[in-house]
Design a protein around this ligand. Structure first.
Ligand code: B12
Length: 254
């Protein structure tokens, strides 16, 4: 038998737990003061789709503009979820559930206002041909939407032709490509070359388990990033007219 008094250890452990804030408590600190906005933000944070609509109706009844509510409440709520996810306080299912609640809310606001919401820009997202690993793409799609970008999500196992058609149709500020297998990632090069043939010089931001920075540096439009959470920041930098070289300088590991 070891001569250790367990009560001392347990007391210390409890003290540490009590002094740490829970994700809910951290989020509540970030909620807006305005009670109408706060209720919507909370419903998004909780991922409660029905409550999102109820709280939006209340806010509109009290005179709030439905289109402003998209930025001021729905995206604000999703922004809090994204921040807590980036900091490791929330997990992927929390992000997905909240994003569905936010998307329902955006649809509702658009429907009752009759106006269209101004996105910051459009992004085409896809998983390369032959690859069905789409969890990373789902994360970055949610994060982009919650940061004010329209995402044309082409899904997984997407042939190069389809990527190029979407780019020609939607005129995006950038493309995000995901690959998790060493056998599939070579199609990034194909997309790069077809873009250049069409004289389109938008960043092709690539990531996913199999992809490395050295590999992405092999093609002219390639930007590498390990973490999907950084993709909205890359989009923001593109809107500030950063060139491919500047983006590499800012986001690549040196
Ligand atoms: C889950 C999984 C599956 C699921 C996929 C479910 C789905 N809907 O995605 C299922 C079971 C279907 C599956 C099938 C297969 N899989 Co699998 N799978 C995995 C596993 C365990 C986890 C992948 C994952 O989702 N990770 C979590 C996500 C969040 O990580 P992520 O995608 O890498 O994304 C992060 C970053 O990379 C980044 N990111 C992702 N995309 C992007 C994009 C941009 C632009 C940026 C900036 C960042 C970014 O952001 C995310 C985090 O922030 C991996 C092993 C592993 N540890 O990676 C094997 C793995 C990827 N699979 C593998 C294989 C071989 C297969 C199969 C061929 C198996 C088989 N023999 O049938 C099939 C492939 C089918 C096909 N054609 O695609 C291999 C690939 C080996 C290789 N290097 O080529 C792995 C590595 C397992 C292994 N060690 O062998 N798989």
């Amino acid at each position: 038998m070891l001569d250790i008094d367990p009560t001392g250890i347990l007391v210390r452990y409890n003290v540490k737990l009590e002094s740490e804030l829970t994700p809910d408590e951290i989020a509540r600190e970030l909620f807006p003061r305005d009670i109408l906005l706060r209720n919507i933000v909370e419903a998004v944070f909780e991922g409660d789709e029905d409550e999102v609509i109820v709280t939006l109706k209340d806010a509109v009844k009290e005179g709030k503009d439905p289109i402003s509510l998209i930025d001021d409440a729905l995206m604000a709520g999703m922004d809090i979820v994204s921040r807590l996810y980036e900091d490791g306080h929330l997990f992927l299912p929390d992000v997905m559930i909240a994003s569905h609640a936010m998307t329902d809310g955006i649809e509702y606001c658009k429907q009752i206002s009759g106006k269209t919401h101004e996105w910051k820009g459009t992004v085409v997202s896809y998983v390369v041909e032959g690859d069905i690993h789409d969890i990373g793409k789902k994360i970055l799609t949610v994060l982009l939407k919650s940061n004010g970008y329209e995402v044309i999500d082409l899904g997984s196992d997407v042939p190069t032709d389809e990527v190029i058609s979407a780019v020609l149709k939607y005129n995006p500020i950038m493309i995000t490509g995901t690959s998790l297998m060493t056998t599939t990632m070579y199609s990034f090069m194909e997309v790069n070359n077809r873009l250049l043939e069409n004289d389109i010089r938008i960043p092709l931001v690539c990531g996913g388990g199999a992809v490395t920075q050295d590999f992405v540096m092999n093609y002219e439009l390639g930007i590498y990033c390990e973490d999907a959470a950084l993709v909205p920041k890359i989009a923001d930098s593109i809107l500030m007219n950063k060139s491919i070289d500047e983006l590499r300088e800012q986001f690549h590991v040196h």
